[in-house]
Write a protein of this length. Structure first.
Length: 488
């Protein structure tokens, strides 16, 4: 039957070439060519790659390698048997670095793997990303030209540096080599906030003076695991988070005074305790040792509090452009009820609030919810409420009529899901709620393609797609899509 061809099958094990319009959320196989999907220099592979997307694990964008939390693969015992070292062989490392210096703008680009396009001219980067997006979602809408960044360097306002011993036991700090537990020493990065990099290097130099041992994951010994820096673009506030295995930092007060004296731009310092064997950077316990324990930033005219564990876009300059486009796509008249799914610290909902009747935000992370509630009060808003919980569960309850809210009619849904995209359950519930518009902010065109396919098969039309270059020199593609309900 014709209607059967339009159904989305999440459980089919293979995707046939003739099934161009069918969606498979759970296909387990991952083609080797997928890893090349973000490479601007391989456009000839695009048509093949489009058919090879792993919907459980959409293509891991290269920008993720700079985002430490949750991206390190679990360490397997087999690695030691295969001779995988924790840190690179010094001889091979030296050769690789020397070779990279001759060819690349970045001396560690051959080892780091974070900026796959560091030596590709910016115009070519944009052309390549545009081609990928056109290929993936061109069946549903013709994407607008990319919103470019005028000065595409040092845009990352969140920096996480790993601290570990090298093979000789000497402390090093930098980034995990992609897909490994090898630490690549990094002194300065072309995409990271300049002051953040300088603070990390100062902390590295202070280790010996204060006899602070870095954490050795093989021996499960040592104190300092990571240093995370967050810098606010508008207020210039800077937060330093020291991730330790123990809450006791030797000569803590003296260390803090020394660090702040060398970097008076630091406004707060937090000690985060992570004593678990985990790939996550941050633990659940924190102590504020200097300042107020958070920073504040201004985005689209609204003020936001940002704590160490809250999500906040790493490129605030382009985030303003991204969110303004999202608000424009909603075409608000002031009478709408908005649902802000995956709302984080409430940024999109709070920015949209002056243009709507009511905003309901849903967020799972408790720290982000606390920040969001504070942000509502700080901005003097009375038409925004934040609920803690899973966005998918909330949508299912709302669709089933179980959710007790005074105004159950949702006019607009803002959704900003993780890289894997939305879930089958959320998409089904969203279509059951039947909002007039869905504004989808995507950070992966591969999962976006899948989700647009489902939405267009279930009563929605893609009216607009605007890509924003949030992550220059990487394969990251951020896109805002406007979806409008076509049936009454």
């Amino acid at each position: 039957m014709k209607t059967e061809k339009k159904q989305t099958d999440w459980n089919r094990p293979e995707k046939l070439k003739t099934e161009k319009k069918q969606t498979d959320w759970n296909r387990p196989e991952k083609m080797k060519t997928e890893r090349k999907q973000t490479d601007r220099n391989r456009p000839e592979k695009m048509k093949t790659e489009r058919k090879q997307t792993d919907w459980n694990k959409p293509e891991k964008m290269k920008t993720e390698s700079r985002q430490m939390s949750g991206n390190r693969p679990e360490k397997k015992k087999a690695e030691k048997k295969q001779g995988v070292r924790k840190n690179p062989d010094p001889i091979k490392t030296e050769k690789a670095v020397k070779a990279a210096k001759k060819k690349s703008r970045c001396p560690v680009s051959a080892l780091c793997g974070g900026c796959t396009m560091i030596d590709v001219p910016y115009d070519e980067q944009i052309l390549g990303k545009q081609k990928i997006l056109d290929e993936l979602i061109g069946d549903y809408v013709t994407p607008d030209p990319f919103i470019r960044m005028k000065a595409p360097e040092h845009y990352r306002h969140k920096v996480t540096s790993v601290f570990a011993p090298d093979r000789k036991g000497k402390p090093v700090c930098g980034i995990y080599r992609e897909g490994t537990h090898e630490v690549v020493p990094v002194k300065a990065c072309l995409i990271e906030h300049i002051k953040a990099d300088r603070i990390v290097q100062t902390i590295y130099k202070l280790l010996a003076d204060f006899r602070i041992r870095v954490y050795d994951e093989d021996l499960d010994m040592g104190l300092l695991r990571y240093v995370q820096i967050r810098a606010a673009r508008a207020t210039k506030e800077i937060m330093v988070t020291l991730v330790l295995t123990d809450p006791v930092l030797p000569s803590r007060n003296t260390f803090v005074k020394k660090l702040v004296k060398l970097h008076p731009e630091i406004t707060t310092i937090v000690v985060n305790v992570n004593d678990r064997n985990t790939t996550m950077v941050l633990g659940n316990r924190e102590t504020v040792v200097y300042g107020k324990g958070y920073i504040e930033d201004v985005l689209c005219g609204k003020r936001f509090r940002i704590s160490s564990r809250s999500f906040y876009q790493v490129n605030p300059l382009m985030t303003e452009k991204l969110y303004n486009i999202a608000i424009d796509c909603a075409a608000l008249s002031g009478r709408e009820t908005i649902l802000d799914a995956y709302c984080g610290i409430g940024t999109i909902g709070i920015i949209a609030a002056p243009h709507a009747r009511r905003v309901i935000g849903v967020e799972l992370n408790a720290d982000a919810v606390r920040d969001a509630q504070h942000n509502i009060h700080m901005n003097g808003l009375t038409n925004v409420e934040i609920l803690q919980g899973d966005a998918t569960r909330f949508m299912e309850d709302l669709a089933a009529g179980h959710r007790d809210i005074s105004s159950p009619d949702i006019d607009v849904i803002f959704m900003d899901p993780p890289r894997s995209g939305s879930t089958e359950e959320f998409m089904r519930a969203a279509c059951a709620v039947r909002p007039k518009k869905i504004v989808y902010i995507s950070c992966s065109p591969w999962s976006l393609q899948r989700d647009l396919e489902y939405l267009t098969q279930n009563g929605y039309e893609v009216r607009k797609a605007v890509p924003v270059d949030m992550f220059p020199f990487t394969g990251g593609i951020e896109t805002v899509c406007q979806m409008v309900r076509t049936n009454s």
